[in-house]
Each structure stands twice: as structure tokens, then as C-alpha cells.
Write a protein that binds this ligand. Structure first.
Ligand SMILES: [Zn+2]
Length: 311
């Protein structure tokens, strides 16, 4: 039997009341408290598949926002527990959590590692909900993720999961335990080298020269990944004596520095568009990002407000 319109409205109204009280209770009990809204500070959340991906891709701009008092959260969607050639499992996950916490202290960011096994991430409903809740709880203005075409399945599915959340963050009756966002964030992709089906482009390119040493310091504390080589490393990378260690650390810093020099060269045209001919030509290290079509689409004036780095 069909319900009357009045009965349906009454049910909907009590459901909303129930969900509102549920959302307040859950937000208070299970999610980290976000800073008060409306304080004029930007709120940025970065997703990476492993504990080091966000730091590699957006550690520079992350540190630059943090220096200006904005709130930046880095989320590793897996715990990194197979990301080493010699060790694995719980002890490695804990080691990598400590490493990203140390890196975040240097960058001025906040970090969270989700307890999903490395190499086993799936774009399933449960994790889509988890990502949706994290973006809402952070009340994000900008959300970063990898693109969904990438060599590593965890990177691919992190991209898919964040894309899947891009619309859902505003829909009130999915994950009603966390209040929906009333304004869709800007979603952006990290840059990568993959060409098919389409190469990554840069809607914005940012000089990270002012924080490059800080970024290299943050990467250096993740010894399991850089000094020791991560999943595809080997014993030959390890310093033989304590006196050899500074040489190995210097080699790691040089190779990481080269990565951001290459990004600046690759996106020189965009750097000049953002900084002007002379300043753009002088940028040494850069990070670059592409707007995802599924979130809010900012124009150049809004991008300048979101990335307040161009003076
Ligand atoms: Zn990764």
C-alpha cells in the first residue's frame, strides 16, 4: 500500500533528525577534529597510495601552505607493509608510519595512514566511503590524488577512489554520519610520466625552490624508502660503515632534487605563464598539478587564491 505524502514527509523528517544526531555523535567520537571553519585558512587534503607518495608529489606546496598557516593533511591509503626488500608486515607498517610522522613534522603538515595492506588496495564501496568521510571531516577546499592511469595498482585505485568521492562528498544521504560539504572542493591530480590514454598536463606549476631543502629533509627521514631503496632496493645500497652514510644520503638527495628539476623543465611554459617570463625561467625545482574534471572547476583567479604563492 502506498504511503500518503504526509506520512512520507514525516518519515523523511524524522530520518533527517536521526541522521543529524548520528552525524554529530560520530563526528565527535571517531574522526579527528578539524580546525574551526571560516578562519580564512585553506584546508588541503592529499591522498597517496603509500606512506611517501603525498610527500613526494606535494610535499613542497604542502610546506608552503603550512608556512602561511594553512592546514594540510597527507593521507596514505595503504600502510606500506610490503614496501621493502628485506622486511614486511606489521613492523614495517609501524616503521613507515613513524617515518611519515617525522616527515610531517618537518613539512608542517598532518598525516594519517589507513590500515589497508600495501599492494591490495581495491576500489570498493567501503574504502570509497572512508575517503568520502575523510574529505568531509577535513572540510577540504582542495583534494589531491594520483591519476587513475599509473603503473602501480594501489596508485591507480587511489585515483579511482578519490574520483569516486568527488561527487559523493556533497551528497547528504551517503555516509550521513559526517556532514556533507556544501561547496564541492577543487580536485587535482599529481603529475606523472604516463602517456596512455593521455599524458598528464599542468593547470598550475609552482616553484618549490623556497622549501626544497625542507622537502629533501622530509624525504630523507623516510630511510626505508630512499636510503634503503624500498620494495625494489637491495643490501648493496646500505652504507657499509657509519662514515659511508652521509655519502648515501647525499646521493638520495641529489636524485630527488633531480626529479623536481625535471618537472620544472618539463613545465617551463606553464611556470612562465604563472610567474612571468623572467621569474618563470629562473625556477629550479617545481611541482605541477592538473585539475580533475569531477570537482569544482576553478578559473585562474580562483587558482591564484588557492595557491597563494605567486606574489
Ligand atoms: Zn606509491
Amino acid at each position: 500500500m502506498a504511503k500518503s505524502a504526509q506520512a512520507i514527509m514525516k518519515t523523511a523528517s524524522s530520518r533527517r533528525r536521526f541522521l543529524t544526531s548520528l552525524s554529530l555523535a560520530a563526528a565527535a567520537s571517531s574522526l579527528p577534529a578539524a580546525a574551526p571553519a571560516g578562519d580564512g585558512k585553506l584546508r588541503v587534503i592529499c591522498f597517496g597510495a603509500h606512506p611517501d607518495d603525498c610527500e613526494l608529489q606535494a610535499g613542497g606546496v604542502g610546506a608552503m601552505w603550512a608556512e602561511r598557516g594553512h592546514q594540510v593533511k597527507l593521507v596514505a591509503v595503504t600502510n606500506g607493509d610490503i614496501g621493502h626488500w628485506r622486511e614486511a608486515g606489521g613492523p614495517l607498517a609501524l616503521r613507515r608510519k613513524r617515518e611519515v610522522e617525522e616527515a610531517s613534522k618537518i613539512l608542517g603538515t598532518t598525516v594519517q595512514v589507513l590500515d589497508i595492506h600495501d599492494g591490495e588496495l581495491e576500489p570498493n564501496l567501503e574504502t570509497r566511503r572512508q575517503i568520502t568521510r575523510l574529505i568531509r571531516a577535513w572540510r577540504a577546499d582542495i583534494v589531491f590524488s594520483p591519476r587513475p592511469n599509473d603503473y602501480h595498482p594501489d596508485h591507480r585505485y587511489t585515483g579511482v577512489l578519490v574520483q569516486d568521492a568527488a561527487f559523493m562528498v556533497g551528497v547528504p544521504f551517503i555516509c550521513p554520519d559526517v556532514p556533507p560539504l556544501t561547496r564541492n572542493p577543487v580536485f587535482m591530480y599529481y603529475t606523472d610520466r604516463f602517456q596512455k590514454p593521455n599524458p598528464s598536463t599542468a593547470d598550475i606549476a609552482v616553484s618549490i625552490d623556497s622549501v626544497i631543502e625542507k622537502k629533501l629533509d622530509a624525504l630523507a627521514v623516510m630511510e626505508s624508502q630512499f636510503l634503503e631503496g624500498g620494495a625494489l632496493g637491495h643490501a648493496g645500497l646500505l652504507p657499509r660503515t657509519p662514515a659511508d652514510k652521509p655519502k648515501r644520503v647525499a646521493a638520495v638527495r641529489a636524485s630527488q632534487s633531480a626529479r623536481y628539476l625535471a618537472i620544472a623543465d618539463r613545465f617551463r611554459k606553464e611556470l612562465k605563464q604563472w610567474y612571468g617570463e623572467e621569474r618563470g625561467a629562473a625556477v629550479k625545482h617545481a611541482e605541477a598539478f592538473e585539475i580533475c574534471e569531477y570537482g569544482r572547476r576553478p578559473d585562474k583567479a580562483e587558482l591564484k587564491q588557492l595557491f597563494p604563492f605567486f606574489g
